[in-house]
Ligand binder design. Structure first.
Ligand code: ADP
Length: 249
C-alpha cells in the first residue's frame, strides 16, 4: 500500500541555499532512569525561503528541534548553525541576540498583552527590532488592519493568533517558527491563520517551519519532515502544494 509519504515525490529543486544546517544533532534530557533522548542524531538542511512542516506524534522531538533552531534550547551534541551563527555552544547572550534579530515565534497560545491594543502589541516588538516593518504593514499582511485599535479580548481566537503572526514577523525575521499554530483553533479560523503564515512565506520570503500533528497541513509545505522517537523517519517534497483555504481536518 502506498503511504502518504510515498505519494509525494522527492524533489531535487531547492528554493535557495541551505540557511540552517544540523549534523548529528542530539538532545538528551535528564540522566540515569529519567534520561530521555529527545533528538537522536538529526541531519537536516533547511533552504532559504522554504516552507517546512514538521510532523510526528507527541513526544517525537518536534518542539525540541524547533527550540534548538530558534535558539531557545541547546543541543547535547552535534552541530546546528543558522548561516554563520553557530548555535551549538553559543552563550545565552549570543542566543538571545540571535532570537531577537533573526527569529519570529508563533506558539499554540497567542500570549498577547491584554491591556495593549492589537497595534501596540505588534509595535512592542517593532521597537526593539533592527529593521522592522511598520506595525500597520504587518497587520495588513494578516488582514487585520481594521482591528488595530481593538484589544485582544475583542478578537476571536483565530484573529488573536493572526495578531501573534503579525507580532512575530514585524521585525522581518529570517525564520518564522510556528509550534502548533492552529492547535487551539477550529478549521475555519485555523485556515485563516495558515493563510497568513503562507502569505508571509511567499510574499516576504521568510523561511518557515511549522510543527503540527495535523497531517492535513503537510500539503501546504515545500517539504514535510516526519519525526518519530527523535529521528527523521521520512522527508518528502510536495510537487503540488495545496492552498491554506483547501486544508481540511
Ligand atoms: P514533540 O514536540 O514531538 O511532542 P518534544 O520535543 O516536546 O516532542 O519532546 C521529545 C521528548 O523529550 C519527549 O519524550 C519529552 O517528554 C522529552 N522532553 C522534552 N522537554 C523536556 C524537558 N525539558 N525535560 C525532560 N524531558 C523533556
Amino acid at each position: 500500500m502506498q503511504t502518504r509519504e510515498q505519494s509525494f515525490k522527492r524533489s531535487d529543486t531547492q528554493l535557495g541555499a541551505p540557511v540552517f544546517v544540523a549534523r548529528g544533532l542530539t538532545k538528551i534530557y535528564g540522566s540515569g532512569d529519567s534520561r530521555v533522548i529527545a533528538l537522536d542524531h538529526i541531519n537536516l538542511d533547511i533552504n532559504q525561503g522554504e516552507f517546512i512542516v514538521l510532523l510526528g506524534p507527541s513526544g517525537s522531538g518536534k518542539s525540541t528541534l524547533l527550540n534548538i533552531l530558534g535558539g531557545l534550547d541547546a543541543p547535547t551534541s552535534g552541530t546546528a548553525a543558522w548561516r554563520d551563527h553557530e548555535l551549538t555552544g553559543a552563550s545565552d547572550k549570543e542566543l538571545t541576540l540571535y532570537r531577537r534579530e533573526h527569529v519570529g515565534f508563533v506558539f499554540q497560545f497567542y500570549n498577547l498583552i491584554p491591556s495593549l491594543t492589537v497595534e501596540e502589541n505588534v509595535r512592542l516588538v517593532a521597537q526593539i527590532a533592527i529593521s522592522p516593518m511598520r506595525p500597520v504593514d504587518a497587520l495588513d499582511l494578516v488582514g487585520l488592519v481594521s482591528r488595530a485599535s481593538h484589544f485582544p479580548s475583542q478578537l476571536s481566537g483565530g484573529e488573536q493568533q493572526r495578531v501573534a503572526v503579525a507580532r512575530a514577523i514585524v521585525k522581518r525575521p529570517d525564520i518564522l517558527l510556528c509550534d502548533e499554530p492552529t492547535g487551539a483553533l477550529d478549521v475555519d479560523t485555523g485556515r485563516l491563520v495558515l493563510a497568513a503564515i503562507a502569505k508571509v512565506n511567499s510574499e516576504i520570503g521568510t523561511t518557515t517551519a511549522v510543527i503540527t500533528h495535523n497531517s492535513a497541513i503537510a500539503g501546504m509545505a515545500n517539504r514535510v519532515i516526519r519525526l518519530s522517537g527523535g529521528r527523521i523517519v521520512a522527508e518528502v517534497a510536495n510537487q503540488d502544494r495545496i492552498r491554506a483555504q483547501d486544508v481540511t481536518w
